[in-house]
Design a binder for this molecule. Structure first.
Ligand code: DQA
Length: 141
């Protein structure tokens, strides 16, 4: 399950200096293709709403998904609810950020979700999602 949080639907429009020029649809297509070459089936979900992201983390549990790749967007830095959801479902989860958040604003240095994730990938653009899937496949092997 590949979950993207707020404003990631605006990829291609928002701050290209951080997120590049390609769109959310490009992200879905290129990640799905790379995942399928790795033998992995993916479902994608994006929402601007915190509770929807929690619902999809829970859906990953109820529908027996093997792993979660999540870019919670700005909720990375604020959401205890998303942290609690990942802790609750105990599904191996990798946190992804398109930009290198470690070199950005102070408020982006906090990640609530990180402690519940097996790894964090940041600053690798769209390729970071494929790296995250590789990490999950290694974990699950
Ligand atoms: C982001 C980084 C966050 O700080 C920001 O709020 C986002 C995107 C990234 O992918 O680099 O929305 O998660």
């Amino acid at each position: 399950m590949v979950i993207n949080g707020p404003n990631l639907n605006l990829l291609g429009i928002r701050e290209p200096e951080y997120y590049g020029n390609r769109t959310y649809d490009d992200l879905v297509m290129s990640t799905r293709e790379a995942a399928s070459e790795l033998g992995c089936e993916t479902e994608f979900f994006q929402s601007n709403h915190e509770g929807d992201l929690v619902d999809y983390i829970q859906k990953a549990y109820f529908d027996h998904y093997d792993g979660i790749v999540i870019n919670p967007g700005a909720y990375t830095h604020t959401s205890v609810a998303i942290l609690d959801a990942v802790k609750a479902v105990k599904i191996p989860t990798v946190e992804v950020h398109i930009s290198d958040v470690s070199s950005r604003d102070d408020f982006r240095q906090i990640s609530y979700i990180r402690e519940a994730c097996i790894a964090t990938v940041m600053g690798k653009g769209f390729d970071g999602y494929v790296d995250a899937i590789r990490i999950l496949l290694e974990e699950l092997a």
